[in-house]
Design a protein around this ligand. Sequence first.
Ligand SMILES: Cc1cc2nc3c(=O)[nH]c(=O)nc-3n(C[C@H](O)[C@H](O)[C@H](O)COP(=O)(O)OP(=O)(O)OC[C@H]3O[C@@H](n4cnc5c(N)ncnc54)[C@H](O)[C@@H]3O)c2cc1C
Length: 381
Amino acid sequence: MFTFTEDQMSIRDMVREFAEKEIRPKADEVDKTGRFPLETITALTEMGIMGLNIPEEYGGAGMDEICKVLAISEISRCCASTAEIVAVHLLVNDIILRNGSEEQKQQFLSAAVEGKLGAFCLTEPGAGSDAGGLKTKAVKDGDHFILSGTKCFISNFGPEEGHHFVIIALTDVEKGTRGGMTAFLVQRDTPGLSLGKTEEKMGMRGAAVSELVLEDCRVPESAVMGQVGDGFKIAMSGLDGGRIGIAAQSVGLAQGALEEGVKYAKERIQFGKPISANQGLQWYIADMSTRTECARLLMLEAASKRQNGEGDVSQYASMAKYYAAETATYVCDLALQLHGGYGYMKDYPIERMYRDARILRIYEGTSEIQKIVIAKQVLRG
Ligand SMILES: Cc1cc2nc3c(=O)[nH]c(=O)nc-3n(C[C@H](O)[C@H](O)[C@H](O)COP(=O)(O)OP(=O)(O)OC[C@H]3O[C@@H](n4cnc5c(N)ncnc54)[C@H](O)[C@@H]3O)c2cc1C
């Protein structure tokens, strides 16, 4: 049983109220038009949410991992696209905070607090689940590195979106994942960095996802995060935090879908009574509700382990991401089933939620990859 602090409860309540009033009413329009919800991100910036996990000395709110997951899940309950934008931004804040130099923190964390979006660039056309297979190269040239390659499916990157990028590149092909990759922190206006294809997606349509092209992109040594060769370690540790963020997106979406399903089941009359009076459908509701609560507890456990720097955080981050993502798709599917044919129509929010949920089992490591991570840790003891 989790007991929340005053700060944690107040952030949860503040974000819930804002999401109900300002985010929920726009969620369908954002999905239909596929537009970036700029005014919402501006308002969330003013509320301190975009700098939620940044210490006060850099202008942020200095809040903990529990506050982060509570805020993301409250947003996701009303609009999963908006939650995705916030979650990726907070992931990049976290990577900079843990690995950036003082100069990088001063420059990029203050930009992040102002709502200038961060993005994380690991995936490539030939390197998805097998991130170790990436081909983007960073070649040393005096006191600079020259980056060349293509990153794909980059969230928070679009024609107008994306200010700074954590880019993982090969600095030593022979060493590969064992010290041959380096993380760079690069600003958007750097010559040689450009926008490739912007994706048309099935769901999360308000969250921009694009290809990032690097052609002789020259960056100073000061763009390196941590040490040369730390890149794979930085990416994997960053993903622990990112996966807890996706667990939060999933819990919020599952909660929102459960509420939609219950509301509809109580209102819809068939055979002279609300469909919720059928025991078969009550069992659906019991399963949806139990699994959502289990996912919430795993999410909180993983967030608390990350906050306290506990050794088994990767296992718990993967368990939380895996279970919560599977739960979100399960709950959205049953909530749509409760709606019958109406659930298949765009008139009800469950149609959007069902599409939004589908990515949760894929990005930042598919469910299959999470199971590999979990089993490896369990077998290692
Ligand atoms: C909307 C969206 C946003 C994204 N945002 C970002 C981002 O911001 N930054 C970023 O770097 N990346 C991002 N990604 C990339 C995402 O993390 C990858 O798509 C994901 O890791 C899977 O890689 P893949 O698509 O190449 O699939 P593949 O690796 O080709 O996998 C295909 C299938 O094979 C399975 N599979 C692969 N290997 C194994 C194995 N060893 N055992 C069992 N099954 C296996 C997978 O589970 C999957 O079912 C995003 C992707 C999407 C779709």
